[in-house]
Design a protein around this ligand. Structure first.
Ligand code: ASP
Length: 596
């Protein structure tokens, strides 16, 4: 039978007790990690979220009944213990914060018993993630997961305190919104009161935060849950948390300035990391040209080289036809990898195909200066020599080339660069390389829809010097948009917003929206702009990703208390689930086809 806490009050968490408390009486509560009965003396490791504390039960202190009770303790029982703090009688345990003390128990209460858990509650679990997620409440007891959750909480707290100090107001925006499809797929919520109508869950608080600027709040932030119904990849969750902000009367520089200080503050306060400012910055074009990615990992080199000029007119038709079709030929140099076995190179070719390449041309410069290559036979000695020089190839190097449309070439080499670097251990895991990527293209051509779509979102301001191109050559317009990247992961992004109705209308026109369509979807924003709107800009971070990188977790699921798995389901609660016919009826919803 479970006992109550009546008359007891916890005085310390486990590791809050230290040698400074020797001689005092303390009351601690938590879970039994382990119980060892050494014939008349019972040792218990007590665990709470702070760590472990050793308790000793001996008849001389706790009497026979107490000892009898202690002998029944099993792992994960929840107990309360009153006892004296003493210097540890046995050897000091250097691995424990409380390794030099122990509690000599005078009272024990069993607050709750526990069945044997389906896996041991310990750090570095070898248990399959699937089972751990099914019993997430137990998984969350494990010390390594607890320390990550605690650090995440600390990161959020530091963000809050910094932004509040800087004059940002924390404001909430609705979760039940109007669907404004542009970007990812919305999660829809049927309305009972308005049969046939739906709310959408927010993909971001974008429009509302802009409205708050119209309303004069000046600096807003929110730690906001957002939802996107996308096919999940390893680092995605259907619901995720953004640190979202918006500022009035600012331009790009102002947003970057305050955010650099935010990053510096949070890194220092949360994980003791010194970040020196200003953070490096490169334009989107430079990022693509040098790294083949708009979120480059700059912890290592292996940069892309454009060899289009060098191979122009060479005998290898894969190269020349890519150029004739308006594409490019680019290469990377995997230094010292010329001896990579054929099998591994073949695997890289397959990898490249996964990123849209038709193939991958390779050339290994042997130690004796000769070449082993998939295409050397199509080129002359001089052409090969020029090509090798163009990517600074030396004996011992493995050179890899992609020839295609620019987009594919960037994609392939950008991914290959990371793949090879991680295979050969080029990445220094202790580095934290922050980077701003700026001057993104405003628009992206959507082949399927045969129209432009907004690269960031339709409210992003063109760069002043490109404004006129919006009429003449929209594809060339650069935006006042910026991303913050850490170690090859996009941490966040934002933009300066369009605040002039005529520019916004033109933007909608370029995106192929009629005025009616634009007003139908975003009328409330466009109307608001008619009543006095300050220039404004903002940014949003993915808090989950930020936490994942700062705590050095392998997956985003390790910093989310109750994550979903790849198919967007929750293994613990079995969400999503079917609902009662009555519920559907009330909503006026009929399921078209039930899957067997
Ligand atoms: N709402 C944007 C996003 O979710 C961020 C921003 O522009 O502030 O990416």
């Amino acid at each position: 039978m479970a006992e109550s806490m009546k008359g007891l009050k916890r005085t310390h968490r486990c590791t809050e007790v230290s040698s400074a408390n020797i001689g005092e009486v303390v009351t601690v509560m938590g879970w039994v990690q382990k119980q060892r009965n050494k014939g008349g003396i019972i040792f218990v490791d007590l665990r709470d979220r702070s760590g472990l504390l050793q308790i000793i039960f001996e008849e001389s202190d706790i009497k026979a009944e107490g000892l009898e009770k202690a002998s029944k303790l099993r792992s994960e029982f929840v107990i309360a213990v009153v006892g004296h703090v003493e210097k540890r009688s046995g050897a000091v345990n250097e691995n424990l914060a409380t390794g030099d003390i122990e509690i000599r128990a005078t009272e024990l209460r069993i607050l709750s018993e526990a069945e044997t858990p389906p896996f041991p509650i310990e750090a570095d679990s070898k248990t399959k993630e699937e089972l751990r997620l099914k019993y997430r409440y137990l998984d969350l007891r494990r010390p390594d997961l607890q320390s990550k959750m605690i650090l995440r909480s600390k990161i959020a707290a530091k963000i809050r305190s910094f932004l509040t100090e800087e004059g940002f107001l924390e404001m909430e925006t609705p979760i039940l919104q109007k669907s404004t499809p542009e970007g990812a797929r919305d999660y829809l919520v049927p309305s009972r009161v308005h049969p046939g109508s739906f709310y959408a869950l927010p993909q971001s608080p974008q429009l509302f935060k802009q409205l708050l600027m119209c309303s004069g709040y000046d600096r807003y932030f929110q730690i906001a849950k957002c939802f996107r119904d996308e096919d999940l990849r390893a680092d995605r969750q259907p619901e995720f948390t953004q640190v979202d902000m918006e500022l009035s009367f600012v331009d790009v520089e102002d947003v970057i300035e305050v955010n650099e200080r935010l990053i510096q503050y949070v890194c220092k306060e949360a994980i003791g990391l010194e970040v020196s400012l200003p953070l490096p910055r490169i334009s989107w074009k430079e990022a693509m040209d040098r790294f083949g990615s708009d979120k480059p990992d700059t912890r290592f080199g292996m940069e892309l080289q454009d060899v289009s000029e060098t191979v122009k007119g060479c005998g290898f038709s894969v190269f020349t036809s890519a150029l004739e079709n308006g594409g490019s030929v680019r290469g990377i140099n995997a230094k010292g990898q010329s001896a990579m076995p054929r099998k591994k190179i073949d695997a890289l070719v397959e990898f490249a195909k996964g990123y849209g390449a038709k193939g991958l041309a390779y050339l290994a410069v042997q130690e004796d200066g000769s070449y082993k290559s998939s295409f050397a036979k199509f080129m002359t000695e001089e052409e090969l020599k020029a090509l090798v020089e163009a990517v600074k190839g030396e004996p011992g190097d493995l050179l890899l080339f992609a020839a295609d449309k620019n987009k594919i070439v960037y994609n392939v080499l950008g991914a290959l660069r990371i793949e090879i670097a991680s295979q050969i251990g080029l990445i220094d895991e202790n580095k934290f390389n922050f980077l701003w990527v700026t001057e993104f293209p405003l628009l992206e051509w959507d082949e399927e829809e045969n129209r432009y779509t907004a690269m960031h979102h339709p409210f992003t301001m063109p760069m002043d010097e490109d404004l006129e191109l919006l009429d003449t050559d929209p594809g060339k317009v650069r935006a006042k948009a910026y991303d913050i990247v850490l170690n090859g992961t996009e941490l966040g992004g934002g933009s300066v917003r369009i605040f002039q109705s005529d520019v916004q209308e033109k933007m909608f026109e370029v995106l192929g929206f009629s005025k009616e369509q634009a007003y139908d979807r975003f009328g409330f924003l466009l109307n608001a702009f008619k009543y006095g709107v300050p220039p404004h800009a903002g940014l949003a971070y993915g808090l989950d990703r930020l936490a994942m990188l700062l705590v050095k977790a392998d997956s985003i699921r390790e910093v989310i208390a109750f994550p979903k798995v790849k198919d967007a389901s929750c293994l613990m609660t079995n969400a999503p689930d079917i609902v009662d016919d009555k519920q559907l009826e009330e909503l006026g919803i009929a399921i078209a086809a039930k899957e067997e």
